[in-house]
Design a protein around this ligand. Sequence first.
Ligand SMILES: Nc1ncnc2c1ncn2[C@@H]1O[C@H](COP(=O)(O)OP(=O)(O)OP(=O)(O)O)[C@@H](O)[C@H]1O
Ligand SMILES: [Mg+2]
Length: 362
Amino acid sequence: MLVDRIILKNFLSYGVVDISPGPGINLITGGNAAGKTNLIDSIYLSAVGKGSRNRDNKEYVKWDSKGGSEICIVVKKKYSRHVIQTQIDENGNKRISVDGMPLTRIGDLMGVLQVIFFAPSELCLIKGGPSERRRFLDISICQQSKTYFYTLQRFESQLEQRNKVLKEYKNKPTLKNIIEAMDDDLLRCAAFIIDERKKFIEEITPLATKIHKELTLGEEELTIAYETEPIHGETFEELKRLTADVYDRDVENGYTNVGPHRDDLKVVANGIDLRRFGSQGQQRTAVLSLKLASAEIMGSRHKESPVFLLDDVMGELDDDRKKALLKTLDGKQVFITDATHPEGLGKKVKIFKIQETEVQDK
Ligand SMILES: Nc1ncnc2c1ncn2[C@@H]1O[C@H](COP(=O)(O)OP(=O)(O)OP(=O)(O)O)[C@@H](O)[C@H]1O
Ligand SMILES: [Mg+2]
C-alpha cells in the first residue's frame, strides 16, 4: 500500500501542505526543528489513531491558528483507494473518518493504512520495561486483527475496574462476590490475548532471525521468547486457578497479579540478553529486525506491504547495516527523515525539503 497524498491544515508546525509522495523512498530533509518528525507523525496518526509521541490531542493544533487541525491522507492499495481524514478541534476533540464515514470505534481504523515506525525512541522496545515490548506486540497484532484490538480494549477496561474494586472494597464482605462475577470474562479475554501473542511470536521468530542475520551480515543469531513471568499461566483454566491462588495477595496489593499485563518478551542475540547486555547498535538492529519481520507478516496476510516510517534512523547505523536495511526495504514505500542527504539512497528517491514550515517537492 502507498500513501499517495498528504494534505495538512494547521497540523503541528504546518499551515497548509499538499504533497504527493512517491512509491519508493521519500526523503524528508530540513534542519533541526524544521518539522520532519511532524510530517511523519501525520502519517502515523492517520494509521494508528494517535501520534507517535505522547501528546494531548490539543497539542497537535498549530499554535496561534484559528480553528482546528486537519489531516487528510489518501491511501492507495492494489485494488482500492481510501481517504483517512482526521480533525482535531481547539479543545482537543478528535474525529476520524474513512472514505467520508465517521468512525465510531477506533478499531475500525486498524488495517486501513498499515505502518511500521522506526525512531531512536523505539529503542525502548529493547531497553525499556516490559510494557514497551507488550506495546510492540499489541500494536503489531492490532493492525492485523480487529478482534484482538477489541478484546484488548475490553481486557484493559475490565482490569482497571477489577483493580478499582480490589482497592475500594478491600475490607468489605461483598468483595469476593463482585470479583468472582467479573473474573470469568476478564480471564477469557486474558487467555485469548496470551494465545494470540504466542501465535504471533511463533510466526515472527523465524522471520526476525532471518532478517537479523542479513542485517548483521551473518554474525548474529536472534531469538525471541514470550515470558509469562513471574507467574506462569496461559489457558483460561490455568489463569483461573492461578488467580484463585493469589486472591489474598491481589486484595492485599489492590492489584491484579496474574494476566497478560504482566508478560514480557525476551530478545536474545548470540545468547546475550539484549536488554541488559546489548550494545546500542545491537539493540537498534534488533528493533529493526523485529519491526521488519512484523512488516513481513502484515505484507503476507494482506498481500500488501505496509508503509515504512524511518525517523532519524539512518544516521545511527553503520554503513553495512544501512546498506542491508535499504536492500530489505527495496520496492517498499519508505519515508526517511534526515537533516542531510545521506549517501546510498539511490537515484529514485523523492526529496521533500522543509523550509520555514513549507514542504517543497524537489
Ligand atoms: N502545535 C504546534 N504548533 C506549531 N509548532 C509546533 C507545534 N508543536 C510543535 N511545534 C514545532 O515543531 C518543531 C519540531 O518539529 P519536528 O519535531 O518535526 O522537528 P524535526 O525536523 O523532526 O527536528 P529534528 O531534526 O530535531 O528531529 C518544534 O520546534 C516546535 O516549534
Ligand atoms: Mg525529528
